[in-house]
Design a protein around this ligand. Structure first.
Ligand SMILES: [Fe+2]
Length: 375
């Protein structure tokens, strides 16, 4: 493969120009749809927001410069693999045989640094962990950010709403009496959007925290897929072919989508080129690292070849219910996943106007790298 093709996104790809692609957003949120009164006071049918300090704001004027590289320190490498600090007083229940766990009996906000090192490794191994009965939403936002900041530099999302004064907190918010689900399903048959978060960044996130503030009594679960198991399911010959391939990931469609609905674009959208197979720095596991929300082209392949292979990989992950799990939210739940070795999807499956409000703390990790195929 010619080095120029490896290093340079191909201009013929029209996403770079106009953002037309497969990006799909089921939450039609943003400042135009937001109703501050309904959130603060309730609507008659729906109560006020439980966590008004976390309600979204959008500063249309504030712009951020391009991100600069930094050295990520992988704390999972320092962890005691028997997890004495993390799990000594806890109850762990696996959600499936190969992805996911639910943990009771510890407070993430009280972990020592050793406990945090173990958290990084434990989550890398389990891929996604639901910690129940947490005080994370109740402590000051600054303190929650300090916990997350241990794992890497905070990501500031280019397009999402954020609590006033805390742009590092990414909010998922669907307000009281919101009916966009009905509008959405006028156009689409399902809300499934498999992705890993912000993979268009040069150093996409690793250990990632998402916690519930308000949610419907039923519905709004989150799907997770084990991208390391997805890699292992492929034949050695197929795995071998994937090694050395790189894909373009783009933020352009997400930014255009935000602009179209009156939202913010805090940082000009970027594209990055990442290996299709990446290796986790703490576990050494190889995992697929492409997703249909942001990956658009395999470098060096013609368009039809690239579409063909990407479609296979996207379908492989989407259909792999035997390497997926489904996390149910409950008050006090903090879900921690390793964004390097998982994909996930929100589900927009309730339409009765119940509010859904979550906050995400999203530390960047290392530049994705792959290690050679080893059979
Ligand atoms: Fe996400």
């Amino acid at each position: 493969m010619a080095p120029a093709l490896v290093e340079t996104p191909q201009p013929a790809t029209n996403f770079a120009k106009n953002g037309t692609g497969e990006y799909k957003e089921a939450y039609i949120g943003g400042p135009r749809a937001y109703r501050q009164d309904a959130e603060l006071k309730g609507t008659g049918k729906q109560p006020p927001a439980k966590y008004p300090n976390y309600l979204p704001t959008w500063d249309l004027e504030k712009k951020y410069p391009p991100l600069t590289p930094f050295d990520h320190y992988e704390h999972g490498k320092d962890a005691d693999p028997s997890f004495p600090n993390l799990l000594k007083d806890s109850k762990v229940v696996d959600l499936t045989a190969n992805i996911g766990a639910e943990v009771h009996g510890i407070q993430l906000s009280k972990l020592t640094d050793k406990g945090k090192d173990e958290l990084a490794l434990f989550v890398a191994q389990k891929k996604v962990v639901a910690f129940r009965d947490q005080d994370f939403a109740d402590i000051p936002i600054k303190e929650a950010l300090e916990v997350g900041g241990y794992f890497g530099r905070h990501h500031i999302h280019p397009t999402s709403g954020a609590p006033a004064g805390y742009p590092e907190v990414h909010l998922v918010h669907r307000g009281a009496d919101d009916t966009t689900a009905r509008d959405f399903f006028e156009e689409r048959t399902n809300s499934v959007t498999w992705h890993s978060d912000v993979t268009y960044e040069k150093q996409p996130p690793g250990t990632t925290f998402l916690y519930l503030l308000d949610g419907p009594a039923a519905g709004g679960d989150t799907l997770f897929a084990n991208q390391a198991e997805a890699y292992r399911r492929l034949s050695p010959e197929f795995q071998k072919r994937l090694h050395g391939l790189k894909a373009i990931h783009t933020a352009v469609e997400q930014a255009n989508n935000s602009r179209n609905r009156g939202g913010v674009v805090r940082r000009e959208p970027v594209t990055s080129i990442h290996p299709i197979v990446r290796t986790h720095p703490a576990t050494g596991e190889k995992a697929l690292f492409v997703n249909p929300q942001f990956a658009r082209r395999i470098i060096g392949f013609k368009k039809e070849e690239s579409d063909f292979l990407l479609k296979f990989l996207f379908d492989h992950v989407a259909k792999g219910q035997d390497f997926q799990t489904r996390v149910k939210w409950a008050p006090g739940t903090v879900v921690v996943w390793d964004n390097r070795v998982t994909a996930h999807s929100a589900l927009l499956d309730w339409d009765d106007g119940q509010r859904r409000h979550l906050a995400r703390i999203t530390p960047h990790a290392e530049l994705p790298t792959e290690t050679p195929f080893d059979g």
